[in-house]
Design a protein around this ligand. Sequence first.
Ligand code: G3P
Length: 221
Amino acid sequence: MKIFLDTANLDEIQTAYDWGVLDGVTTNPTLVYREGAQFKPRVIDICNIVGGPVSAEVTASQDDAEGMIRQGLDIAGWHEHVVVKVPCFPAGLKAIKALASEGVRTNTTLVFSPAQALLAAKAGATYVSPFLGRLDDIQHVGMDLVRSIVMIFENYAYECQVLAASLRHPLHVVEAAEVGADVATMPFKVLLQLMKHPLTDSGQERFLSDWNKLQEQLAKS
Ligand code: G3P
């Protein structure tokens, strides 16, 4: 499973890249706003670090397919790693189809049902992003959506990749891997949590403490 960071923070992206675990980045207008950054230069800066797919969202109105296509073509020209994020509406399908025919990769965002994912895949989306945490928030099991989309895409050999999004904790990531998501995108905090284990901490503390005792013993002998 590929690991993407869901952030527009350059320090977080550089850190994950340096660890050798970063395959890509997803952004959205909320994340860029939170950083106080300008959209285009920030997306280009992220692309220059990652060397992999970086999703950047069109912001034309949800009924404006031509606007999405225009913006998508523009955004795709910013950097070879850009993937154009298109919202999951009928006009979005038209934009996905048109962008795909121009060789532009797309990520269908705000997917909340298997049917939406199926239509996005048929239109030619490169990725679909089920937002599973937001479903959990309203007492639906978000992971069931990811599982269902994975099954549908496997049944018909769609090349479209399932990008599990809106992940809130480490178990979301592990379960996304278990159900066969192609990608999991997560906040940096969740990536940190993935590596954390109290037995690793206490085990290392003990090893270092005993190593120090060994040195003291050697010095006395
Ligand atoms: O990638 C989607 C993500 O940005 C949404 O996450 O936590 O706002 O539901 P969240």
